[in-house]
Design a protein around this ligand. Sequence first.
Ligand code: IPE
Ligand code: IPE
Ligand code: MG
Length: 228
Amino acid sequence: MENLRVPSHGGIIMDGNGRWATQRGKDRSKGHAEGSKNVEKIATHAFKLGVKTLTLYAFSSENWSRPQTEVNELMRLLKVYLKKFAKKFATKKARLVVSGDRKGLSSELVEVIEQCEKMSEDCVEYTLNIALNYGGRQEIVRAVNTLIEKGEEITVDGISSNLYTAPFGEPDLIIRTGGEYRLSNFLLFQGAYSELYFTDVLWPDFSESQFDLAIENYSRRQRRFGGV
Ligand code: IPE
Ligand code: IPE
Ligand code: MG
């Protein structure tokens, strides 16, 4: 892993929990439990390699269309793990932030989010950004509406500075596990020039060495941003 160019901001679409469980004859919720356990390991590893910000897609604006029992289990796990992460990562100088529409979340969960953000707000070295009830299209609309309310011109820079990710910038690399080749409404605006890496490995099986493979692959990419 020497001489590697490490993305400053990495995004992960953590997909494949359901299939991981189904393949083992288990309930989909077991896959989410297993996937949740993997977050701390991968985030710790990413920060160790030099990634400054990690944005993890935990629940999309569209995931509400899943069976109620699955949604409930996901919300329960989020409450448990956000608290764990905020405590754990604060000791590693990492700040926890949550991006997405809080209006759709239970007041209990919103309280947990606010506590976690408060608890870790002075940790400035790294950022763990959890995209929760997040949709890229919704985020763009929200940014445009903010500009309109402020009476500001609608420009690319104006929209950029009103996205959830404004404080830490655009993702250099977006990884999707689980074998699907799509963005599913993740970081649409700020991902315009992100490098994309897709792997068939299901999220609960995505290990540190799998993450290293993605970084090695990213390291070989030539980013041109429209130039030559
Ligand atoms: C990703 O795993 C987790 C969430 C979307 C919350 P999935 O639950 O989408 O897993 P698959 O794609 O059905 O295997
Ligand atoms: C994207 O995965 C959302 C998260 C990983 C949180 P989905 O499983 O919801 O995406 P689709 O439905 O396959 O596009
Ligand atoms: Mg999926």
